[in-house]
Structures are given as C-alpha cells and as structure tokens.
Design a protein around this ligand. Structure first.
Ligand code: COA
Length: 289
C-alpha cells in the first residue's frame, strides 16, 4: 500500500455519513443494524465512528461510545469500542489497523473496553488490550405468576426513550462493581435490533428488562431511582412457574445472594488502561455495544 488511507470521523450530525455507516454494518455483522437506532435519534455526541471510505462507501470502521464507567464504585470517563470491522474484499490490507489507531488516538489515555468474538481474540492484544473474565450470576428462586402483569414499555415511543435516558443517567446503576451510568443509547441499540428482552414498567421510577425462558426468569437490567424489593415483583413478571432467576449484571445490589453460575464464555471482554475488580463481575448486558 502507498499512502496511509484517510480516516473520516462520523458524528451525531453527519447524517449522510451515518447512512454510509449503516450500509457497511450488515456487510460485516450480518444481523446487526443501526438504521432504526439512527432514526430514533440515538446517535448522540457520545458516539463517534472512525472510518475509511472508498467512493463514499465505508470499507473499514471502528466506533467508540463514551461511557461513564463504574469500577468498584468509582466513576471513570471511558470508551467502549464497537462496530470494529472491514468489508471482506478489503481485509488483510492494514485498514483496520488504520481505523483502530485513529480511534485509539482519539480516546487518549482513557480506559477502554470492548466485547469481541472468538474469531478476533488474537486481534485486540495487538493493540494493547487484555482479555478479562466475565461471570454469570443466578439464584434459585421458586415463584408462581400472581397479580396483574406489569405493563410493557415501547422504546419506539420517543417519550419512553427520553424516560430511559433520564433513569439511566440519574438513577441507581444496576451494579457499581463493573458497570456504567447513562448508557440508554447502548440499551436502545439492542432493542432497535430486536436483541433485547422486553422492557417493563414497575412504576414511574423503576423499569426493568426481563423475560421468561423455560423455568428461568432472566433479568437483564434494572433502571431505578431508588432501591426496591425486586423479588416482590417476580410473580407479576412471569407467565408460568419459575425455579431460577438469572441476572444480566453483577447482582450485589439487586439480588445479593445470587451465586456465580460459571464464566460468561460469550462475552469476550477486552480492556485497556483499567484494572477491574478482583471480585467476580459481569458488565450489564444492555451496556455492551
Ligand atoms: C478482524 C478484522 C477487523 C481485521 O480487519 P483487517 O482490515 O483485515 O485487519 P488489518 O489488515 O488491519 O490487520 C491489522 C493487524 O491485525 C492482524 N489481524 C487481522 N485479523 C486478525 C484476526 N482475526 N486475529 C488476529 N490478528 C488479526 C493482522 O495480521 C495485522 O497485524 P500487523 O499489523 O501486526 O501486521 C476483520 O477480519 C473483520 O472485519 N472481521 C469480521 C468482523 C469482526 O469480527 N470484528 C470484530 C468485532 S469485535
């Protein structure tokens, strides 16, 4: 290759370039899609993409989400990398290195994290990242459906998105061991793609993402302003008997007697410039990009 290709930064107001970014994503990631998320106005100033373009098409990209990371109760300005990829026709030419270097330079010395996949476990260590174990959590809990089912929430509604944004940034973080505040635009990305469990309204100031599979209730996240008794809501969240609850985050606050339920082998977490808790932890699934 001759000259280093130019990197274009794509921000919240660059709607034309966002369209090129949206066209790129399914070429590399199959089912993932950013169109609906962009239509919802969820591409905020916290999200930037670093891309190499060729004739108006994105051919390689790294995106960066600014996060209010929490590690052992301390809040840190951090960045989560995502949408790291290169179209198949252009791989092996160093283009991903070019966009990674641009993104890393923009992040400076801030802590970095990303959730990878098994095919790229050897890729991120080339850029100073280290793999980090994530743990699953579960509790034995028998319950029967009882009481009126809780109402659902539709993030397709702009008022609901605004509500989630406020609860997520102003409320209690689901976990402070290794978590974040104010990640509603990460959560809404999962919803916009149909990847998230439904969102339920327990009250004005308490929303949760949860769903039953088999005899297990999965609680993926809790967005609440004040503590409440999560267990007491279980009968209204289930449509059949359950025996187990699984949590999508470290449950030191919401289900303290939950136990470790093995390693989260699908997480493939990599971090740079931050040391995480020695205690077992799992970054909230809806905060992952
Ligand atoms: C992984 C991927 C981004 C690499 O893109 P690429 O443009 O071919 O990478 P580059 O040519 O810039 O390679 C950069 C360096 O990484 C190395 N590398 C490339 N792919 C790698 C892989 N899968 N595993 C380990 N190292 C890899 C290269 O050898 C090169 O090393 P060097 O600079 O020390 O010589 C690309 O294969 C891809 O888009 N994969 C599918 C999407 C994906 O899984 N993305 C990660 C999401 S977490």
């Amino acid at each position: 290759m001759n000259a280093t290709p130019q990197v274009t930064e794509i921000g919240a107001r660059d709607t034309g370039l966002q369209a090129a970014f949206c066209d790129f994503i399914p070429q590399v990631f199959g089912r993932a899609d950013f169109r609906r998320w962009c239509q919802w106005g969820e591409w905020t100033d916290d999200y930037r993409a670093y891309a190499v373009l060729e004739e108006g098409r994105v051919v390689a990209n790294v995106a960066v989400m600014r996060m209010r990371l929490l590690v052992e109760g301390r809040e840190l300005l951090a960045y989560q990398l995502g949408a790291v990829g290169c179209v198949p026709s252009h791989r092996g030419r160093g283009l991903s290195r070019v966009v990674m270097d641009a993104a890393l330079e923009a992040c400076g010395d801030a802590p970095l994290l990303l959730f990878a996949n098994p095919r790229v476990r050897q890729f991120y260590p080339r850029f100073g990242f280290q793999p980090c174990k994530q743990t699953l959590f579960a509790a034995a809990h028998e319950a029967l459906p009882e009481g009126p089912p809780v109402p659902g929430l539709d993030l397709g509604d702009a008022a609901v998105r605004a509500g989630l944004s406020a609860l997520s940034s102003e409320g209690l973080p689901a976990t402070e061991r290794f978590g974040a505040r104010g990640y509603s635009t990460a959560a809404s990305w999962h919803v916009a793609n149909g990847f998230a469990r439904p969102l339920w309204r327990l009250g004005d100031d308490a929303w949760i993402s949860a769903g039953v599979e088999g005899d297990t209730l999965y609680i993926d996240d809790v967005f609440a302003r004040t503590p409440f008794d999560l267990r007491a809501w279980v009968p209204r969240l289930i449509d059949r008997p359950i025996r187990t609850v699984r949590l999508g985050f470290t449950p030191e606050r919401w289900w303290p007697d939950a136990q470790e339920a093995g390693e989260d082998t699908e997480a493939d977490l990599f971090v740079r410039g931050v040391s995480l808790s020695r205690e077992p932890h799992g970054f909230p699934v809806l905060a992952r990009t």
